[in-house]
Design a protein around this ligand. Sequence first.
Ligand SMILES: Nc1nc2c(ncn2[C@@H]2O[C@H](COP(=O)(O)OP(=O)(O)OP(=O)(O)O)[C@@H](O)[C@H]2O)c(=O)[nH]1
Ligand SMILES: [Mg+2]
Length: 389
Amino acid sequence: MVWLSRCCFRKYGNFVDHLRVYVKGGAGGMGLPRLGGQGGDGGNVWVVASKDFSLRKIKDRHLDKRFVAGVGNNSTVRALKGQKGADVEIPAPPGITVTDDNGKVLGALNVLGDKVRVARGGRGGSFHSDFLPSKGQTRHVRLDLKLIADMGLVGFPNAGKSTLLSAISHAKPEIASYPFTTIKPEIGKVMYDDHRQVSVADLPGLIEGAHMNKGLGHKFLKHVERTKQLLFVVDVCGFQLASHSPFRSAFQAVQLLTKELELYKEEVLSKPAILVVNKMDLPEAGEKLDELMHQLDNKEDFCHLLPEDMVPRHFLTFRHTVPISASCGQGIATLQQLVRQSLEEQEAEATETQRQDKLRTLRRATTSPLPAPAATRPANPKWGLSYDA
Ligand SMILES: Nc1nc2c(ncn2[C@@H]2O[C@H](COP(=O)(O)OP(=O)(O)OP(=O)(O)O)[C@@H](O)[C@H]2O)c(=O)[nH]1
Ligand SMILES: [Mg+2]
């Protein structure tokens, strides 16, 4: 056990999913009162979504975690307009949300090339400021990584999430019969014959109380926020974390996982979800699956199987329920097809919603009455003139 926790710590320590850095915009340059010269503005600090960059790399390359932009040049007789200070860019992976120390979101990097200004440079001295420059903005900002993947695997430990990922993609996650084998998220790519790719994020197992920071779940729950869909994975024969913890059947696991997500952030449950019932190669799996399907079809009748405060407010309706055996390969091809189908349906739905929105806006624009002629509009009492809004 000691060995296990040490090993976990070492590997966990390698993965960085948030970073707090100090940023400072450059000060502006002095103006030149005698000739009306304007000092250069200070440089800005930006966070830019860049290829092949991880938060770990930033941390390793900038041990002091300080990013300071260049100062603007003073105005001189030779160069009345001082040169602007150099900008500084912090390269970061896509999927980053940037917040200040008060938790205010400054911006998000979703695709390569997206950039967020995190510290503004000071203004160069000019006529308007008595030729005195201003200082650059100084603060700490937090970079928070949320993985971007098409599907996120959600399940109790040992359900077989990593085994499934290795069965459907080229990823080689660690697999073992003890809980919490996966301690850092990993993304695998499912390749289809027509070269379409679907990314699947293997996340550490959730346990009851994950939303309250129990287990590793809480730290990684944020990663399900950015996946397009959820792939619930349950062991058909149920799960027991330790000898003193209660045994949970597959039905209970589904509902408890739903509740954990609900307690973390209810919006997450609005994502389409697929239920994967794993380990169908085990003896009695068939009967267990029948029981699960019956319970899922009559959820209300089986609420008593859950702790009172763990009954989800809304039961999740899965787009598909797929029995598989991740280790034997049974049902894998069907699952791959259903995953793709579900993503394509979601894309089509999104396009349809966009089309409907556009149509509605267009209709509103064409049916709204024309603005009244200026002469008939009420006069602004303050100036005694008619005014335009
Ligand atoms: N019999 C059987 N065993 C399986 C199957 N899939 C996974 N297992 C076993 O279940 C155990 C857990 O598998 P993992 O893939 O590590 O489970 P996980 O959900 O990733 O677990 P954590 O990383 O701890 O959350 C391993 O011993 C696997 O060999 C299956 O389809 N059938
Ligand atoms: Mg795992």
